[in-house]
Design a protein around this ligand. Sequence first.
Ligand code: ASP
Ligand code: MG
Length: 411
Amino acid sequence: MALIVQKYGGTSVGNIERIKNVAKRVARTRSQGNRVVVVLSAMSGETNRLVALTNECGEFPVGREYDAVVSTGEQVTIGLLALILGEMGCQARSFMGHQVPIITDSRFGSARIEEIKPDNLMRELDKGVVAVVAGFQGVDTDGNITTLGRGGSDTTAVALAAALKADLCEIYTDVEGVYTTDPNICTDARKLEKVSYDEMLEMASLGAKVLQTRSVEFAKKYDVPVMVRSSFNDAPGTLVCKEDEDMEKVVVSGVTYNKDEAKISVLRVPDRPGIAALLFKPLTEAGINVDMIVQNISHDSHTDMTFTVTKTDYKRALKLVKEIGDKIEAKEVVGDPNIAKVSIVGAGMRSHAGVASRMFEVLAQEGINIMMISTSEIKISCVVDIKYTELAVRVLHKEFGLGKDDIGEEK
Ligand code: ASP
Ligand code: MG
């Protein structure tokens, strides 16, 4: 008898008819003899609505009461699914985060799971009851309700799968799996059969929206196999798992892009120890995440520094950096929000040479200027003018043989 965790996203539980559809799938999995834990998101749009309501109450930092409000969407869907399952003759019981309990730290709005006590769920599972757990929420050690950050029910599901030593964690969503790139940009994008944790981590943090990044970190740490698939049909999905030999053979598995970045350049700063620290410390203190950083070689003991932040943080960051720029005697601070980051990802990059130059050449052939470059072992990212995003994605997807019709490098 297998233990399976199934997570259904907001669109899959968007209305009663869809929740009934989910119930059918859950009941089927149960009747096949499996022990089943279901994790649900709120109905699609509901969490946005709740966040907007809190914003209407004033300008306050995210805190205890914010979490008390935005966590409620999930309470509704778990209750509804448990009701419908019961009606169908499939025993089910809903669990809020604190009823499991899923214990987190107290960082409201972006809490981290510290411990999951499996006994309450196990007791129900042993009786043949389906456990329906609210995603996205937990409880801190003082009993306050916490939330895990937007998209957090993916993390709830994977963390539960790890704690319960589940055989599989299925993430049901509105796409059929992980694609070689955004199918809205490349109509010939291909669904990947398998992708490694590291590739998925890069893709998720680079802008592919299928899984919350933290859920992939969890899956990797506890070696939880994750199957991403559609709740609207029975098509096989994409398995996110440990890297294997097949994956190393494929040089590039995906092309991603992120339009949610902006760049800031600090021009002609004195090149001396401590300048970078002076520049970035205030940003860290303001909770602003810096992504790519490039520093030019120094001319006459001055240098230029460029880095990227998210578009949401851009205005705040620019203002801060202008203030610091004056203090450190920079000539000028300039910003540009009209950029995008285009990246190629592949486990095979570790063992294949010349991937970067191929990427640069293809972009050059299209007359696309590269403003910044960053790399990891299995990823190369280029910052380009935002208006070239789609073009860059298409030519790279083609160059690395990722399309349905490119049999070249397909394994
Ligand atoms: N309902 C939450 C959100 O919209 C959590 C989730 O769906 O994963 O962010
Ligand atoms: Mg999601």
